[in-house]
Write a protein that binds this ligand. Sequence first.
Ligand code: HSE
Length: 370
Amino acid sequence: MMKLGIVGWRGMVGQVLMERMKAENDFSHFETTFFSTSQKNLQNPHQLENSHPLLQDAYDLEILKKMDIILTCQGGDYTKSVHGELRKKGFKGYWIDAASTLRMENSSVIVLDPLNLDVIQKSLQTGLKDYIGGNCTVSLMMLALGGLFKNKKIDWITSMTYQAASGAGARHMSELLSQMKFVTDDVLKEGLDLSEKILIIEKRVKNLLSHASFPKNHFGHPLAFNLLPWIDSELENGQSREEWKAEVEANKILQSQKIIPIDGTCVRVAAMRCHSQGLTIKLNQNIPLDEIESMIREHNSWVKLVPNNKSDSLKYLTPEYTSGNLQIPIGRIRKMNIGPEFVNAFTVGDQLLWGAAEPLRRMLHILLAH
Ligand code: HSE
């Protein structure tokens, strides 16, 4: 039985991963050791078959080295401090990681098997050992458009994202709720129907958002009743790092011979958990809409084509519908007035499932079958 070490199972992505692995009975295939950065030798809280009864030290390279596979959701700082040292010590096992640290290394593969199982399998044959989950918006966009990528119909894409608080982390989600409470507790003291004095209330909301006690330690700004058009750090070319990832990661996932340009604006919105994206797709030929839809629909079992009408869009094409769900709804698909090769689409995906945990647990099965 392969020895699996799990690090970072207590964080938000880790919890979602654990839930999925339990639901799919994944642990029955492995002898699992749970590692902790702070609680070594305490009782392992996961009573699973074949799991080590005690938590092990996540910085103990000798114990880590004994694993066949290490799967980490602990974050980039942990990867930076442990991965290189462990490899130097002679760790020959597989390293599966949710963090972005190793994503663009030549020695790593970005895993999104419904799109790149061939790339993953070729890399396994050539002996690559680092398999890294992609950026959430990139993975979700690629699953939605898998059929167009596979059939090589795309010239370029622009993506305008609407990314949930969950992408920033658990503390940010909690802060979003506190921000909402800070405002609503104040203004709703006046009653629930404020429509007659709504312009006065709107001014009060604006003042509350800049109030000295307004909770914004994590976001640094109000997200409630607002949006934030910058995610991650600044690059010299004017892109945010989140925007930069779209093209480089998508093309690395596909190992494209010809780079498909992808660019847009990434925006944080006050949704709790799912990332949405408005896409403009430039096709390399004029393809009838029903053929575009068939390609998208037939590509994988999770993509869900939503008819381009108001009621289906409002029901199925939302973070509310998609949260906690492995489906990837895509809709608003129509030819744009700009020209017959330009397609509009809107897609939503669960940032914690397909956007983070799911590609990692599926990589475990690919390794089992290897
Ligand atoms: N970087 C993403 C975000 C989440 O901030 O929404 C991680 O993929």
